[in-house]
Design a protein around this ligand. Sequence first.
Ligand code: C2E
Ligand code: MG
Ligand code: MG
Length: 560
Amino acid sequence: MKSKKTEDFSMLFEQLISQITDPDYFNRQNVTDTVAEICKYFGIAKAMTEFYVSVVNERNGDGEVIVGYDNGKAKDIIHRRRIITKASAIIQGTLYADEDYEPLDEEDMRRADMVLRAMLSYISRNRLQNTIETFAFHDDTGYRNLRYFMRSLLRMSEQGKLAGCAAVRFNLKHFSLVNKDMGRINGDIIMKNFYDMLAGYVGHWGCVCRMGGDNFVAVFRGSLLDGFLDMLRGTPVSADDENKRVMITATAGVFVIPDDFEYRSNDDIMGKISAAAEIAKTGSGEDIVYYDTMLVRRKEKSILVQSLFSQAISEREFRAFYQPKVDVETGMVVGAEALCRWYHEGTYVMPADFIPVLEQTGDICILDFYMLDTVCRDMRRWIDEGRRIVRVSVNLSRKHLMNIDLLSTIIEIIDRNDVPHEYIEIELTETTSFIEFDNLKRIVSSLQQAGISTSVDDFGIGYSSLNLIREIPWDVLKVDRCFLPTDADSADSVTSLMFRHVISMARDLGLECIAEGVETIDQVNILRENDCRIAQGFLFDRPLPVEEFETKLEGTPYTV
Ligand code: C2E
Ligand code: MG
Ligand code: MG
């Protein structure tokens, strides 16, 4: 009989051990069932374990209590074991007897204790894992962290669940202002509330994680993407019900994972959403940017331009093309704009393909001085060869406005080539900030004092402040083609009225006016009617290589 009992116990105990040690086999219900069987075997009424992080928690009854078995008739405690871990956590197991309890013999008591110890060690390990998990996958303030995101991606890819999901990296806009306005503590609460809303929206199936500061990443089912992005476009959030609500908005990079996506690494997905998020954040004009092949090409192109630039400068691959400015009364070429073309591997690359990249890296300043020098060299040659000469304008990026040596560098280049200052005009675009405005005013004034003309380029797109025109001593206003009426505009259309107004205002201020982008003879007639004498546009000529321009300069006037 005894040996049969021993055998039964051995079997049960082995079953329990294998269940609590084998991570694949483990599930809580199985363990509970085995514990119940063991309790019945010993005639125990109730088995209970308790876990407390510290003695204080134990005193306050603030812990986790698991009742492994309870027949509802528990009365006296027959055995208790208590462990204090190295980290001062307390784990305790208690066995209860009921009224019909037959005291266990010494051997059975030893066995019961063995079971209890096994359970306690299991709980200690399990709780420890939970604690590690909490520390490793959450930050100090309770947000899920980047490690959590990486693990989710990996798990989803292993389970084949990534296809059709959306991965998003986003940055909260102007959150420092929220902190300033609402106070740091409320700012923290608002951020957490917004996070909780997003996390609640994507549910258990996906996750939202904080990378640090106001940067977040998320991955979730593709069908939730529209709603998620709507929340990023603007969600009113308050610190608590009584507080005022602030509108939280974000810029975001999105990658919708295609069905045929070949998962290579988490870095691949991170790279994609980060590239898109960077473009969204640093001024593509769009707050939400999708990662797609166009973006890849743009990125690749940008890297290519950056890597080729210095060699292209030293090999003189950048060329100045000249677009004539024409007097609409006489058809004479009265000036020109120098526009950059990059002659690379046998083809001409247009400014739109490299200037934005150079603007970002700051290399545009090198290119602009190079262009000014090229134009001055051409002009020096025209003078030396006794050719006809007209004033040529050169574009300067706004990036120069912060350069305190700008004026001296411009003058040094012009004087080095011994070109009279009145033949040079500097084109600058409108500004958006007050600091830039002050710099612009200072630079334009000093250029004027040095006898170098200045023009406002692209007037009409962007800021179009009248202050900019009134307070800065420009010589020329270049009216952008968006202000120029097309053939479809009637004389009393808004565009026609605006155009008339701008031209007359410029004239009142004593500014010379040039209309850019003139493409039809009807537009020339509109210019004449409004007394705008100078035009630049495809109707006359596109920007021309220097030899062709020289021929035009000395050839017959355009028919107007
Ligand atoms: P922008 O200074 O406003 O130059 C005028 C642009 O309009 C030129 O484009 C010119 O080819 C184009 N254009 C002229 N007439 C017409 C027309 O009738 N119709 C149309 N649709 N377009 C016309 P491009 O040469 O491609 O240059 C684009 C922009 O790139 C320039 O605009 C300027 O902002 C920038 N850029 C060009 N060269 C330089 C440079 O050396 N330095 C800097 N900083 N920017 C440059
Ligand atoms: Mg220009
Ligand atoms: Mg322009």
